[in-house]
Design a protein around this ligand. Structure first.
Ligand code: HEC
Length: 198
């Protein structure tokens, strides 16, 4: 019997992938999708289908209405967008107000601003480990030990992700072009008596 030789074509393809992967990490959105590893690609699929973009990529007005600003992809509430105090809502069933970017939310918890999920080391998740990310989602606390995450971050929903899913999401987030964007701290709720003196 003839033992089959290693398939040169397959080897060449693997080498090509390895070459493509390195610049893709640095090159950003224009990089070919094939350059993602299987895990990163799964993370991309989960991010694209789990609503992360709705809240963590600021919306801008496009020709056909609001659309995610991909130049700030997943970088959270834009630091340059100073939000005045939210308007007081009248008595009744309206509960939450959101900014035009869909990155700032005012409700009974105060005002929350979506986090920068890009790998910028100072303002994003650049210094996080996969474990930091997993613990944050598992506990609903910053890095698994800091303050509790505020609404509308859907922690109870994402708790259904498996550890492998969370690792894949984190692996993909780390391939994003880093955006330097320092998201403001959340603001505490305005006391009802202060908002509407009787
Ligand atoms: C409905 C809006 C919404 C969606 C959808 C959403 N987030 Fe968030 N997220 C937020 C808000 C608001 C905060 C900030 C909460 C705070 O400051 O307490 C946040 C915070 C976070 C944090 C915490 C960062 C830190 O420094 O502690 C992580 C991590 C995160 N989101 C990841 C994700 C991922 C991954 C997805 C998709 C799978 C996602 N979010 C979807 C609104 C959202």
């Amino acid at each position: 019997m003839n033992a089959r030789r290693p398939q040169p074509r397959r080897l060449a393809f693997a080498a090509l992938l390895a070459v493509l992967a390195a610049p893709a990490l640095a090159a950003g959105p224009a990089a070919p999708k094939a350059a993602l590893t299987v895990e990163q690609a799964r993370g991309q699929y989960l991010v694209n289908t789990s609503g992360c973009i709705d809240c963590h990529t600021p919306f801008k007005l496009g020709p056909r209405g609001p659309e995610p600003d991909m130049s700030r992809h997943l970088s959270g509430h834009p630091e340059g967008m100073q939000m005045p105090p939210p308007p007081a809502l009248p008595e009744g069933p309206w509960l939450v107000i959101s900014s035009a970017t869909n990155t700032a939310f005012a409700g009974p918890w105060g005002v929350s601003f979506t986090a920068n999920l890009t790998p910028d080391p100072e303002t994003g998740l650049g210094l996080w480990s996969a474990r930091d990310f997993r613990q944050t989602i598992r506990t609903g606390r910053h890095l698994g030990r800091g303050r509790e995450l505020l609404p509308p971050m859907p922690v109870p929903v994402y708790n259904h992700f498996t550890d492998a899913d969370l690792d894949a999401v984190f692996a993909y987030l780390q391939t994003l072009p880093p955006v330097k964007n320092k998201v403001p701290e959340p603001r505490p709720p305005v006391r009802a008596s202060a908002a509407a003196p009787k």
